[in-house]
Design a protein around this ligand. Structure first.
Ligand SMILES: NC(=O)c1ccc[n+]([C@@H]2O[C@H](COP(=O)([O-])OP(=O)(O)OC[C@H]3O[C@@H](n4cnc5c(N)ncnc54)[C@H](OP(=O)(O)O)[C@@H]3O)[C@@H](O)[C@H]2O)c1
Length: 231
C-alpha cells in the first residue's frame, strides 16, 4: 500500500510511519518541516520504504502543484492519507493574536482540506482518508480553558470528515476522523507539563495503523472518540 502521513517527524505521526514501514509491501511518504528528522526516520527503516518531503504544508499548499509532483514521484496512487500534522497553542482566548489563530486554523483545518483536495484524483479505489482530530473537538466532550481555538479547529476537521464521507459515499473513497484523547508526546508535554497520559505515541500509533488499514470496512464519515478517560 502507498501511505502518506503528515506530521511524521515526531510523536504520533513518526510512530505511525514506523508501524506502516514494518511491512515491506508498504511505501510510506512522510511529510513535515524538519528535513533532518525525516531523513533520520527514513534511514531507520530496515525495509527502506520510507521516503519523505520536507515541507511546511501551510506554505506548500498555497500553490500545491509542486507538492503534487513530489507525491507523484513517490507513487501514482495513494491508498491511505493520514492528516496528522499539528501544533498546539494553549492560552486564554483573549491573549491569542491573529497570526496564532491563523496558524492553528491553517495547520489543523485548511491544510488537511487542501491536501485532500489536491490528492482527490490520485486516490486509489477504496482509499481511506483519516483525519486526526481531538477529544477537544468532539461534540459534547468536556471543554477546557485555554483550548478554545484548538478545540474549534479540531471540530472543523471532524465536521469536514462527516461531510466528505457523505459527498463521496459510493464513489470508492472513505473518510473518517479519530478524536484522540491525551497521548504522551512533545505537543502534550509542552502544553501541559507534568500531565501523565494513559498512552504513549507508539501505543496510539498501533491503533491508528490498524484503523487506517481496516477502519473503512466498518466506518465512513464518522468521528470516533479514542479515549479511555477525560480528555
Ligand atoms: N498528543 C496528544 O495528546 C494529542 C491529543 C489529541 C490529538 N492530537 C493530535 O495528534 C496529532 C499529532 O500530535 P503529536 O502529539 O504527535 O504532536 P507532535 O509530537 O508535536 O508532532 C506534530 C507533528 O506535526 C508536524 N507539523 C506541525 N506543523 C506542520 C506544518 N505546518 N507542516 C508540516 N508538518 C507540520 C511536526 O513536524 P515539524 O515540526 O517537523 O514540521 C510534527 O511532526 C496532531 O494533529 C494533534 O493535534 C494529539
Amino acid at each position: 500500500m502507498n501511505i502518506i502521513i503528515t506530521g511524521a517527524s515526531k510523536g504520533i505521526g513518526k510512530e505511525t510511519t514506523l508501524a506502516f514501514a514494518e511491512d515491506k509491501s508498504n511505501h510510506v511518504l512522510a511529510i513535515a518541516r524538519s528535513g533532518s528528522l525525516l531523513s533520520k526516520l527514513s534511514k531507520s527503516s530496515a525495509n527502506n520504504n520510507i521516503s519523505y518531503i520536507e515541507a511546511d504544508l501551510n506554505e506548500s499548499l498555497k500553490s500545491p502543484e509542486k507538492l503534487l509532483k513530489e507525491v507523484k514521484k513517490a507513487f501514482n496512487r495513494v491508498d491511505i492519507l493520514i492528516n496528522n500534522a499539528g501544533v498546539l497553542i494553549h492560552k486564554p482566548f483573549d491573549e491569542f493574536n491573529t497570526d496564532e489563530i491563523r496558524l492553528m486554523t491553517e495547520t489543523h483545518f485548511i491544510s488537511p482540506l487542501l491536501l485532500t483536495k489536491t490528492l482527490i484524483h490520485s486516490f486509489s479505489k477504496n482509499a481511506h482518508i483519516v483525519n486526526i482530530s481531538s477529544m477537544g473537538g468532539f461534540q459534547g466532550s468536556s471543554r477546557y480553558p485555554g483550548m478554545s481555538v484548538y478545540s474549534a479547529v479540531k471540530g472543523a476537521i471532524a465536521n469536514l470528515t462527516e461531510s466528505l464521507g457523505s459527498e463521496y459515499e459510493g464513489k470508492g473513497l472513505f473518510f473518517n476522523s479519530l478524536a484522540l484523547g491525551a497521548v504522551q508526546t512533545e505537543m502534550l508535554d509542552t502544553a501541559f507539563p507534568g500531565y501523565d497520559a494513559p498512552l504513549n505515541a507508539e501505543e496510539m500509533a498501533g491503533f491508528i495503523y490498524w484503523f487506517a488499514k481496516n477502519g473503512h470496512r466498518y466506518f465512513n464519515g464518522k468521528v470516533l472518540p479514542v479515549s479511555v478517560n477525560n480528555p
